[in-house]
Unconditional design. Sequence first.
Length: 365
Amino acid sequence: MRNIFSELGKSDSEIKHKLDTAFQSLFYGNTSTEKIYFETSNDLAYIVDIGHNDIRSEGMSYGMFVTALLDKQDEFEKLWNFSKLYMQHASGEAKSYFSWQVSTADFSMMDPGAAPDGEEYIAAALLIAARRFNRKDYQDEAISLINAMAHKEASSEIEPMIDRKHGIVRFSPVTGNDFTDPSYHTLAFYQWFAEATDRSFWESVLNKSRLYLKSAQNSISGLYPDYSEFDGTPKKTAWHPVSHCFSGDAWRVIMNIAIDYALNKHDPSQQESILKTLSFFEERRPYLADYSIDGGLFPTPPREATVGLISMNAAATIALPPHHPYISRFATDLWNTAPPTGTWRYYDGLLYMIGLLACSGKIEY
């Protein structure tokens, strides 16, 4: 993968220092204001959503992904051990899936349901770690999880994570959640899954997801909704009344498209989609973090651009043509941004770390 920071003239030592500083802050920084990674014993560790005081499959999976890509074997193994012990269902209809939310008090499952981006990132991280650390057991665990995501036997309560009718990822495998989340379409991972097991199935998911994301992008603004129907129509839910708008989940979509294009060069129209989204933000500097899907006012007071959104916009530049002016604009935004601190450092911090890895050419299987 290309190294955007290098293209901007940053030296290898400067890039390494940037990555090391971010990792040190989020994993070993000040307990009150910086770190999100906590160890419980010699072989267990977890990542906390500081603002909500819980442990999420999202954060654990992102942490595993980051530590695998940075060759942090010790931290990776501790996160995986915790996830497997406290978050993965060992039996029952949800066997192999992970609880999306666990208590920081006693590590019990607060909600046994699964959020598929967690499983996707865990599987991808295990595949990376299997190669980096020469661990066949990680490969075996990844394949077992990937197969469960694809082919779990449906029941009255649980579905496969890939919707049986539409062939793309569901918002949740829990029965009744018959819609999707655009940011859960981790295109490059599907290619990795296809190389690991059941090639024809995962290549079909990949191709259908690429088409779906074209339908989910708003034709006026270039933005994506947090949730949508399987045909791309924005979806409003009772528990997330702004889910039909562009907000925290949707920030991640253009990064997923960009990684796919950067690694696979499948469809030049992916560049056009990314440019449409980045043009929206470029024309609105200093831009906000939340918008209605057509680019209008958000239903509630919007946030200023967050570290997470800045990071995802920068990551998207890996798909742009060489020397495109947006590369310098958006990647420099990220380079000049410090690791987040304070109450909401969890989500912003993990997206910041992934954005740095993308712009450093580090996202490789």
